[in-house]
Design a protein around this ligand. Sequence first.
Ligand SMILES: Cc1cc2nc3c(=O)[nH]c(=O)nc-3n(C[C@H](O)[C@H](O)[C@H](O)COP(=O)(O)O)c2cc1C
Ligand code: SF4
Length: 472
Amino acid sequence: MLFSPIRVGQVMLESRTWVPAMVPWRATEDGFVTRHVLDWYSRFAEGRPGALVVEATGVRDIPSGPLLRIGHDRFIPGLREMVETVHRSSGGRTRFFIQIIDFLTVRRRPEKEKYFARFLSIEDRHRQKLFEATNDERWLVADETEIRSFLTSAPDEIHDRVLNENEQESLRFGYRERVTDTHLRNISELPEVLPEIFATAAGRAKEAGFDGVELHYAHAYTMASFLSATNTRTDGYGGSRENRVRLPLEVYRAVRNRVGNDYTVGVRFLGDEVITGGNRIEDAVWFGVELARAGFDFLSISKGGKFDDARQPKVGQAVYPYTGRSGFECMPPVTSDERGPFGRNIPLAAAIKRAVNEAGFLTPVVTSGGIGTFELAEQTLERGEADIIAMARGSLADPDWFLKVSSGRGDEVRRCNYTNYCEGLDQMHKQVTCKLWDRVNLDEPGITKSDDGKRRLIAPQWMREYETNEKD
Ligand SMILES: Cc1cc2nc3c(=O)[nH]c(=O)nc-3n(C[C@H](O)[C@H](O)[C@H](O)COP(=O)(O)O)c2cc1C
Ligand code: SF4
């Protein structure tokens, strides 16, 4: 089944194999496609997965470091070159989608001195709390400089009593916007602006020649936060499930209107948010049916990956949503628990698929998370738990996995061991590579290396050997 074709919206996949979005940190500082980006996708395409999804690509025209962007027409030529490269490298056999994302502001954890000197805005409630914490009336009329200086050298217990929850978080983790910060204009107006921003971005994806677009409604980002049970907005876009799915559906309709019915539009969302008070599978099943009913062409299910339970970053670093329990569930490592990473998220996809099918929709469901062997992939399809198998780290470890297994040479696969070296690089915003091959044949002529010259950026070639054997 794994190597049998399947229709996804307007396109046919040659097989039910899929490389989901993975950020490799290879774009320019202002979001353009580079030679390294082209090489990265070309290498995956050589392995001929049924579908390959481009990393989360920003829908806005705002600085966001070396992450790909699609928020302006000037990005189209680079993206088009990417499409041409992938179609060429896969011999036209891999369908190429792009994941598009909106995210809110996340700042680095500040130095304590800087936070109290510059970032905290002092209000009368701080004076009142200081008085309550110290029993000293002078604080009720103290001037700002005095308060800032006291708080800078005060112990954590005083900060706990004087600062509100958001301020404590800004001090200890770095400032982070939430979809519930509706006192901020840019947040309250998200429902007005996002449909158009996503629609224009999707229009550009179509213009650049992608076979389809995947709306990123998963992990720690804006659209997932609207779907989340933690979304308590009171403007009709939070609270009940009906309200939480409202903007995600409005964004979908705007996208659909822009790209037309003859274009593939899918979605990635969470089968479980994992965090306390977040969505569970019951919510995800309900959303899955609504997203299918709206007309999405595929549902790609992920898990966790939230800021809410992330580890405290070091001073000067930003909080990373894959460091807490929800992060472990998103990219499960061998050390996660006794169950290990293998196929641990399949039950989520299975429950969503069952409900979607029972509601009368045949929308293909993509599952991911620790699926690294043919047996597990094939069993999952045979049992009807999903329609398509996504493999992120497995294909990073060996981009030729699909080609090797489909041609009966599975014993040549370089198997991912799920110890998350690649994820560690992502966390440090370093060019992502795999530890199983990034130090191999470093003196090979013509290879590209990481900025520090210590790692090769692309997995060694296997294709030439394969083609020679194919001719034989
Ligand atoms: C380096 C790295 C970057 C990732 N970037 C993205 C991303 O941009 N968008 C996304 O939806 N998932 C992203 N993921 C998550 C993967 O798509 C996938 O869901 C996860 O790794 C679990 O699948 P696996 O066990 O096959 O690796 C990333 C994973 C890794 C390892
Ligand atoms: S670095 Fe480790 S976890 Fe990542 S793809 Fe390679 S083997 Fe797998």
